[in-house]
Design a binder for this molecule. Structure first.
Ligand code: SF4
Ligand code: SF4
Length: 427
């Protein structure tokens, strides 16, 4: 697709502003009714899902030009997808999120990007990871844990554990990835890690650097094919989404690799009786749905159709385009794991599942617009505090990092803990 392909969506946008709020039947209070962090921060229509569609139309129709302000409009968005869910409540077949991503790709092609981006991509090209760290340190987190390494201990692995760049290189998150691997091993899962694991490419895709995403995907797919990988498990919601929703676009419709998040595997192992949480962990927790695991974590649906016009006017798609509305994301497995831990009391935030408020860590926003990322995280912490929970559980490296460092409006902080870290305490 190209930005021009979203022309019909932009023309159909009736400026109803539904995309600025969570779906109306999910609103419980005025305080937590908003859905779009970007427009809540900027208070200007252009910074909404619908506003970006119209800005793209204006640009491709030659009625506006690329300016620094336009770059901010396009990239100061967490790509959380809340707008997409709400728009589809009233408009059956519109895709503001895909349009926003296409807009980024368009601007990357023109060299119009936030100042921070070229340096991040240069690091990815140099090192193969988003941290720009030496690849030789990639698997340091697993040292002494007795985990098989692909290319060192074995040449074949049916199940591959993919840690992700943030978990591999951020010392503050090392305990999360170690807990995740220990829990799965304790449940009897036979897996290996790749000692020379490469970035999934998902962040590059969201930044608009599609060629870098494709290069990362091809390299990983080739490696998986050579190793006979059938299942990839990741504790990172972004890697999970990238493998599940983006890799089929490179690999083709017969992709055939099972992609699982660690919470799905842990949930399965508990329900099969292979993991038995018995120790009490007395804690009241609320759960942050990661955007890439929740509303964007639905199964990939291939589409090879075309746009057609009826009587030269009304645009239709033949066959109809897949309709991702967030309803079938991964919501229950992490909650079921939390509910299986004796002593844990799970309390929901008002905005949850497909109506969840983003943590602020998506869309490569923290790298380019840190104040906006902090604003978004702070709003989420306010909501988490309102539940009376003492900790916020999550299932994503970005959520864990940003919410663990955020401050609520009253200056308060909250412990961020991964679902599998909590589970391990009960085993
Ligand atoms: S993108 Fe959808 S929800 Fe937003 S203003 Fe346009 S039609 Fe309304
Ligand atoms: S993706 Fe999220 S931040 Fe961006 S416009 Fe949509 S709701 Fe707003």
């Amino acid at each position: 697709m190209a930005l021009e392909d979203y022309r019909a969506d932009a023309m159909r946008c009736n400026r109803c502003s539904y995309c600025k709020w969570i779906p109306q039947d999910r609103i419980k209070s005025w305080e937590f009714a908003k859905g779009c962090p970007s427009v809540d921060y900027r208070h200007f229509h252009a910074y909404s899902g619908g506003g970006r569609l119209v800005a793209g139309l204006s640009l491709t129709d030659g009625r506006s030009e690329i300016t620094d302000e336009l770059i901010d409009v396009v990239f100061e968005c967490t790509l959380c997808g809340s707008c997409d869910v709400s728009c589809k409540v009233c408009r059956y077949d519109m895709h503001p999120l895909s349009g926003a991503k296409e807009f980024r790709h368009y601007l990357v092609d023109k060299g119009a990007v936030p100042a921070a981006y070229p340096g991040i991509i240069a690091k990815l090209r140099d090192t193969g990871n988003m941290a720009g760290a030496p690849q030789a340190k990639r698997a340091d987190w697993a040292e002494g844990m007795g985990i098989k390494k692909l290319g060192v201990d074995t040449d074949k692995a049916e199940v591959l554990f993919h840690a992700g760049c943030l978990y591999s290189f951020n010392p503050a998150l090392r305990n999360v990835v170690q807990s995740s691997a220990r829990v799965l091993a304790k449940g009897g899962l036979d897996f290996a890690i790749d000692g020379d694991e490469r970035c999934c490419g998902g962040k590059a895709y969201d930044m608009g650097y599609r060629d870098d995403f494709a290069a990362a995907a091809k390299a990983n797919l080739e490696k998986w094919a050579a190793a006979g990988v059938k299942t990839v498990v990741s504790p990172c919601a972004t890697c999970f989404w990238t493998f599940k929703r983006l890799y089929p676009t490179v690999a083709g419709d017969d992709y055939g690799i099972e992609i699982l998040h660690t919470t799905q595997v842990a949930d399965r192992l508990i329900k099969e009786g292979k993991l038995k949480p018995t120790k009490r962990v007395p804690m009241k927790v609320t759960y942050q749905d990661p955007c890439h695991l929740g509303r964007q974590g639905e199964d990939y649906v291939p589409w090879h159709g075309e746009e057609k016009k009826i009587f030269g006017q009304a645009v239709v798609y033949d066959p109809p385009r897949p309709r991702y509305n967030g309803a079938f994301g991964v919501y229950e497995p992490p909650r079921d794991v939390l509910k299986a831990i004796p002593g844990v009391e799970l309390v929901e935030m008002e905005r949850n599942k497909e109506a969840a408020w983003c943590c602020g860590g998506g869309g490569a926003v923290p790298q380019a617009y840190p104040d906006f990322a902090d604003f978004t995280a702070s709003k989420r912490l306010d909501e988490a505090q309102s539940t009376g929970a003492e900790a916020i559980a999550t299932a994503c490296s970005s959520c864990n990092r940003i919410l663990g460092n955020a401050k609520a409006a009253d200056g308060g902080t909250m412990k961020a803990i991964d679902v599998l870290e909590l589970l391990e305490q009960s085993l």
